[in-house]
Write a new protein. Structure first.
Length: 260
């Protein structure tokens, strides 16, 4: 029995779904800190629940992108070659500690806060960073790009397993650097498709560690599905130049709050 749906959690899911539908990112970066700061959910439980939440929502996104042929499956496979083993190894290390303990809680909250600040910076300064590094990365050989893609997947596996943050904004920024010639739609679609196995493996691992709240998950999904649909519809009417600074500023404030 999952228990009754909590309308307050569903409303939170709707809000985050609305944001994801409009920007394509912000799911983990917003959901986990909201659960921790607003509802007092334990950091380990917030991360574990959000990982399965992300897996469910991004599966829908992957189906849409797959039908639109905006997924480069080779890139997804290379990322997964790094992320899945790294996720499994991170979960193994986490299993040696008590995820509900005070020390583990503090580590998760601190890592989450730092990643939110990095995500915020990647949103604020993505164009400048890509301009600075893009010309140098164009000279990288295909074999090196393959190795860097696998390495990127491994880094995302560790970060996302610990904090549930990084698969969106940080993943997209990394892919833009590695594959500057690809259209943005394929970059986003490939990143979303890779997030499915990553968050699923990490979420199942957290489930075995006892850090998933199933009634909470059901309540969040109940609100997020209509939120994503509505957000996707109105995204064409709200300029990205307006949404991106708002999201980046919010993440910076929340990240600072978690660290301090």
């Amino acid at each position: 029995m999952l228990g009754p749906i909590d309308p307050l959690y569903s409303l939170t899911g709707f809000f985050v779904g609305l944001l994801v539908g409009q920007t394509g990112m912000g799911g983990g970066a917003m959901m986990t800190p909201l659960l921790i700061l607003l509802f007092g959910v334990h950091p380990a439980t917030a991360v574990g629940t959000d990982l399965l939440y992300a897996s469910a929502t991004k599966t829908v996104g992957t189906l849409v992108h797959g039908l639109n042929h905006t997924v480069r499956w080779r890139i997804v496979a290379l990322l997964a070659m790094g992320s899945v083993p790294a996720t499994a190894l991170t979960l193994l290390v986490m299993s040696k500690f008590d995820p509900s303990g005070t020390i583990a809680s503090g580590i998760i909250a601190s890592v989450l806060g730092v990643l939110l600040l990095l995500t915020s910076l990647s949103l604020f300064f993505r164009r400048q960073f890509l301009t600075f590094a893009g010309t140098k990365l164009l000279a990288i050989q295909p074999r090196q790009t393959t190795l860097l893609t696998v390495t990127t997947g491994a880094a995302l596996g560790v970060l996302v397993t610990i904090s549930s943050v990084g698969a969106g904004a940080l993943g997209v920024t990394a892919l833009l650097l590695l594959y500057p010639r690809l259209p943005m739609a394929i970059i986003v679609g490939s990143d979303i498709a890779h997030a499915v196995p990553l968050t699923l493996v990490a979420g199942v691992g957290h489930w075995f560690l006892g850090s998933v709240d199933w009634p909470l998950l059901a309540s969040l999904l109940t609100g997020s599905v209509p939120g994503i649909i509505l957000g996707s519809y109105i995204s064409a009417h709200v300029p990205d130049a307006v949404l991106r600074p708002i999201l980046a500023t919010t993440l910076m404030v929340v990240g600072g709050r978690l660290i301090l």
